[in-house]
Design a protein around this ligand. Structure first.
Ligand SMILES: Cc1cc2nc3c(=O)[nH]c(=O)nc-3n(C[C@H](O)[C@H](O)[C@H](O)COP(=O)(O)OP(=O)(O)OC[C@H]3O[C@@H](n4cnc5c(N)ncnc54)[C@H](O)[C@@H]3O)c2cc1C
Length: 389
């Protein structure tokens, strides 16, 4: 089907959380918005753990951000489960925990609901359609085809963003590689989202158990290619499930119901997230907490900011240069800190003994601060310790 228009105020490439938040925000300001998604069904297949901090936690996590409504008030229909604590296991198997109110969303339903919000706000949505940026035009192929000029293009096309590459904003970025199983009949603590560190299960990253119910969980491992040293992610995850001294008791009787894999940007934002008439948002712009790999909230905050600035630009009220400044104000410090923390922890992860020492030094409240991209004194001291070795 050929598209029946050749110009649009704003074209948004990718209907993940960033793109749908951008399209909704822009459409609400009364401009002409096209949201283009290459998948035939928004949100499917799922490539995510679905863990979201509750609204109160989000305000602590990103105190300067304008949190979109859709993130603040996630509907019960999209909520699969709630957790109360975050528990972190050192390589030694010792655990520390701190309170975090979290909810686990059904990503398929969540992403669809976000795209519905964009459509209801007035955005036109093209599914099953791939967009390729060429010069100032977008070439569409798939279910819809044709060429379209856009006043502003928002590249929210995920971690391998082709829009970022075409616009000359992609940089060599450290990528997390993740593999996750949905498992049923597991003997987990349904109140706790758990992270497991240790070179055997997750060199250069961590393994996780995110409960989806009393005996159902997303179980995954994430690391970076450089740390795999010839090993396969699948072997790491299988070994975590079968051999980790603590996790095997919870998981080894479980059955795998779904397999998900994907990339997570791990190095923060590229030097530019706006160039010419192109803005990048979400994973395409490296908006992920490098300490946890959590990207949904930041994608939505970034998407909303991109949509609002783009719409005000289309109405002649704003310069696109406002976008990077707004991102810097809303979450620049937290993103930069999370990358800095990850670099310190990377040095610690060279040895399980160092990780155990760091773990012993950090009281639970400081661990929570670290996960939120804050740098407590103990981490500074740990950094000195490693630097002096
Ligand atoms: C295994 C795994 C587990 C994770 N768990 C969590 C978690 O528990 N909590 C959390 O907060 N984060 C988690 N994340 C990270 C989170 O999924 C991302 O940060 C988030 O999805 C980013 O949203 P986005 O909109 O930027 O990108 P995406 O969700 O990747 O959406 C991008 C969209 O663009 C579309 N697209 C790409 N190219 C084109 C094109 N050329 N034309 C049209 N459409 C295109 C894609 O199909 C996709 O729908 C996880 C990631 C992985 C891989």
């Amino acid at each position: 089907m050929r598209i029946d228009q050749d110009r649009v105020d704003i074209a948004v490439v990718g209907a993940g959380p960033a793109g749908s938040a951008a399209a909704e925000a822009a459409a609400k300001l009364g401009v002409d918005v096209l949201l283009i998604e290459r998948k035939r069904e928004v949100g499917t297949p799922v490539q995510c753990g679905g863990f979201l901090p509750e609204a109160g936690e989000l305000h602590d996590l990103l105190p300067n951000a304008k949190i979109p409504d859709a993130l603040e008030k996630v509907s019960e229909g999209q909520t699969l489960h709630r957790t109360r604590v975050q528990r972190i296991y050192a390589p030694s198997g010792k655990a520390k925990e701190f309170p975090v109110s979290g909810r686990v969303v059904d990503r398929r339903g969540f992403d669809r609901a976000l795209a519905w919000r964009a459509a209801r706000a007035g955005a036109r949505v093209l599914v099953g359609t791939r967009a390729r940026l060429e010069g100032s035009s977008l070439l569409l192929s798939g279910r819809s085809s044709g060429t379209i000029e856009a006043g502003v293009v928002i590249g929210s096309d995920g971690p391998s963003s082709a829009t970022a590459r075409s616009a000359g904003m992609a940089c060599r970025q450290e990528m997390g590689v993740c593999l996750e199983y949905e498992m049923v009949d597991v003997d987990i603590d349904p109140d706790a989202a758990e992270m497991y560190f240790g070179a055997r299960s997750a060199p250069g990253g961590y393994a996780w158990i995110i409960p989806l119910g009393q005996d159902v969980a997303n179980v995954g491992v994430g690391t970076r290619s450089a740390y795999l040293a010839g090993r396969k992610l699948r072997d790491l995850l299988e070994s975590f499930i079968a051999n980790h001294p603590v996790a095997k008791e919870k998981l080894q009787r479980g059955e795998v119901m779904a397999v998900m894999r994907g990339l997570v940007p791990a190095g923060g934002m590229p030097p530019a997230i706006a160039k010419g008439n192109v803005l990048l948002a979400g994973d395409a712009a490296g908006m992920v907490m490098a300490t946890s790999g959590g990207g949904i909230p930041l994608a939505m905050v970034g998407g909303r900011a991109a949509g609002e600035v783009a719409a005000r630009h289309a109405r002649g009220e704003a310069d696109l240069g406002e976008y990077p400044s707004r991102i810097a104000t809303e979450m620049g410090r937290e993103l930069a800190n999370s990358v800095r923390i990850r670099e310190v922890v990377d040095r610690m992860m060279r040895s399980d003994r160092l990780m155990d020492a760091l773990f012993a030094m950090l009281p639970p409240d400081q661990m929570k601060a670290i996960m939120r991209g804050q740098i407590p004194g103990a981490l500074e001291r740990a950094q000195d310790l490693v630097a002096n070795r």
